[in-house]
Write a protein that binds this ligand. Structure first.
Ligand code: PAF
Length: 286
C-alpha cells in the first residue's frame, strides 16, 4: 500500500507509538500531516526496550480506542504488528541480532539508568523505517534523548527520512503528557508539575545570563541545580537526574556557550512511576 502511495507521488509520514494514545500523540499526527499526504501510525508495545522489572506487563494497552482515534484524525494506515510479526518469533525471545549502540550519547540521562533501553528503541525504529520507508517521521520532544539518537541512527545508516520533533504537550498545570501519568496516585499527580516548574526556573536563570550582550560563556552553577534538587526531594521525589546537557552529543554541560542548543532535563520517581521532562535552552546567537 505504501509503495502505491509513493508511485502516486504521495509523501508518507510515520508516527511511531506504543499505543495508549493521548493528546500528545494526536498533536504529532496533526504536525506531520503538514509534511505528507499519507500518515501511517504504528502501534507496537516493543518488548526489547523494557528492562527487567520495568512496566512492560502493566503498560496500558488500548488498541481499539487507539485505532478509533487514528480514524478520527484521518490517518491513512495503522500498522499494529504483534511481536511475532515484528521479530519473527513468538517465544518471548526478542533480543534480535542487530541492534544499534550509539556510544557517548547514551552515557547520560536515561541511558545511564535504563540499560539496553535505547538499543531496543533503535532496533524497533530501524525496523519500522525499513518496513514503512517514510519520507518523514516525528518523535516527541519529551523523549529528547531518544529523538537525538534516532536522528543520529538515521543519518549514520543513510535512511532518507526527515526526523521532526513534536513539542511536548502539557496538561493545564504544566505536567508533560505521558501514557504513564495514569499510574500516578492523587497526591503524586498534584506534585508532578513541580518537575516542569524546576526546569523552567533553571532555564530562565541560564537563558537570562547567556542573553547578556557580552556573549561570554555562562557557568552552570552546581548550586542552581542543587536548589531545585532539594525542592523536589523535599516533596518526596526520588531523582534519577536533573541536569543540563549540550546537544547533539548529550554530554553534561558545565558552561553554556551562547548560540548553542542545550537541554535541561529531569527524570524522577514519584512513588512507583518514573517521569521524565525537559526544556530546550536555546541561547541567542548574538
Ligand atoms: O517513544 C515511543 O513511544 C517509543 O520509544 C517508540 C519510538 C514508539 C519506539 O518503540
Amino acid at each position: 500500500m505504501v509503495s502505491r502511495w509513493r508511485q502516486q507521488s504521495d509523501r508518507v509520514a510515520l508516527v511511531p507509538t506504543m499505543g495508549a494514545l493521548h493528546e500528545g500523540h494526536l498533536s504529532l499526527i496533526r504536525q506531520v500531516r503538514e509534511h505528507a499526504g499519507r500518515v501511517v501510525v504504528s502501534i507496537f508495545l516493543n518488548p526489547t526496550q523494557f528492562g527487567p522489572g520495568e512496566d512492560y506487563e502493566s503498560y496500558p494497552r488500548t488498541l481499539a480506542q487507539d485505532v478509533e482515534l487514528c480514524r478520527r484524525e484521518g490517518v491513512s494506515l495503522v500498522f499494529a504488528p504483534d511481536a511475532k510479526e515484528m521479530y519473527g518469533t513468538g517465544k518471548g525471545d526478542y533480543s534480535g541480532y542487530i541492534s544499534f549502540r550509539i556510544s557517548r550519547m547514551t552515557d547520560h540521562l536515561c541511558g545511564a539508568s535504563r540499560s539496553g533501553h535505547f538499543e531496543g528503541v533503535l532496533q524497533v525504529v530501524n525496523k519500522l523505517f525499513n518496513t514503512v520507508q517514510p519520507d518523514v517521521a516525528v518523535f516527541g520532544q519529551k523523549d529528547i534523548q531518544q529523538w537525538f539518537l534516532i536522528r543520529q541512527m538515521a543519518a549514520e545508516t543513510d535512511q532518507p527520512v526527515e526526523i521532526l520533533m513534536g513539542p511536548t504537550r502539557r496538561e493545564s498545570d504544566g505536567l508533560a503528557m505521558s501514557s504513564r501519568n495514569i499510574y500516578l496516585n492523587e497526591e503524586d499527580r498534584k506534585k508532578a508539575p513541580m518537575l516542569y516548574a524546576s526546569l523552567q526556573r533553571i532555564s530562565a536563570v541560564l537563558a537570562e545570563k547567556a542573553g547578556h550582550d557580552d556573549q561570554r560563556p555562562v557557568s552552570v552553577n552546581a548550586s542552581l541545580l542543587e536548589a531545585e534538587y532539594s525542592i523536589l526531594r523535599e516533596n518526596g521525589m526520588n531523582l534519577d537526574y536533573l541536569t543540563v546537557v549540550s546537544t547533539p552529543d548529550l554530554q553534561p554541560a558545565d558552561v553554556i556557550i551562547p548560540g548553542r542548543l542545550y537541554v535541561v532535563a529531569v527524570a524522577a520517581w514519584l512513588g512507583g512511576t518514573r517521569l521524565i521532562d525537559n526544556v530546550l535552552l536555546n541561547t541567542n546567537a548574538g
